[in-house]
Design a protein around this ligand. Structure first.
Ligand code: AMP
Length: 217
């Protein structure tokens, strides 16, 4: 069973890789970033509570994030595997995931890290466009949609994320190095970490990643 954690700094290609993986392996895609963006768009209590933090590139509290993921992972569609994207991001979240894995029998089985140097990340993030409806990621230079400004998958108008500006990106990168990068060691010790080079052309990353995941089935 594939219980996947997708890791990497902002702009490493997690969203794009998630699009292939969820389709090729029929896994529910659980992106905490997408869940938070949906909450903000709907104007719910949770959305109002987190808006300023997310827009500035900060991290939402572990308590809120863990509760959201626990509820989502407990649903029936995760019983045959899942793809976690953007979670865990802190040691406390990784420990909570371990605990919920034991509780509901859905512990992560593989952690994939897409590595990428900072200078590549900043240029990718500021030229990224995303689909607010299905979450697909594009790039106005390297990964254009067939029709400008329109999602290839669902036909919605593409947008630029509010936190995809240089100031918010710097905060996200700092948070990544301070809170999330240490998780690479954590999953290395657990024996489930696999590294991929996120600077390679997307088609190469896709071939390598898909072959690797197939070898686990
Ligand atoms: P992402 O789409 O993964 O880049 O996430 C967008 C934003 O949502 C992040 O910059 C955080 O503000 C928030 N967020 C997403 N996932 C988490 C998480 N696991 N813990 C805390 N905040 C998160």
């Amino acid at each position: 069973m594939l219980n996947i954690i997708l890791m990497g700094p902002p702009g490493a290609g997690k969203g794009t890789a998630a699009t292939w993986i969820k389709e090729d392996f029929s896994l529910p895609h659980i992106s905490t970033g997408d869940m938070f963006r949906e909450a903000m768009a709907s104007g719910s209590e949770l959305g109002k509570q987190i808006k300023d933090i997310v827009d500035a590139g900060g991290l939402v509290s572990d308590e809120l994030t863990v509760a959201l993921v626990k509820e989502r992972l407990s649903r029936k569609d995760c019983e045959n595997g899942y793809l976690l994207d953007g979670f865990p991001r802190t040691l406390a979240q990784a420990e909570a995931l371990k605990e919920m894995g034991k509780e509901i029998g859905r512990a992560p089985s593989v952690a994939i890290n897409l590595s990428c140097p900072d200078e590549v990340l900043i240029s990718r993030v500021t030229t990224r466009r995303v689909c607010p409806k299905c979450g697909a990621s594009y790039n106005i230079i390297t990964l254009k949609p067939v029709k400008e400004g329109i999602c290839d998958h669902c036909g919605s108008s593409l947008i630029q994320r509010k936190d995809d500006n240089e100031a918010s990106f710097r905060v996200r990168l700092e948070n990544y190095y301070a809170s999330t990068a240490p998780l690479l060691d954590y999953y290395k010790k657990e024996g489930i970490l696999h590294e991929f080079d996120g600077t390679l052309p997307l088609s190469n990353v896709k071939v390598e990643l898909t072959a690797f995941l197939r070898s686990l089935l």
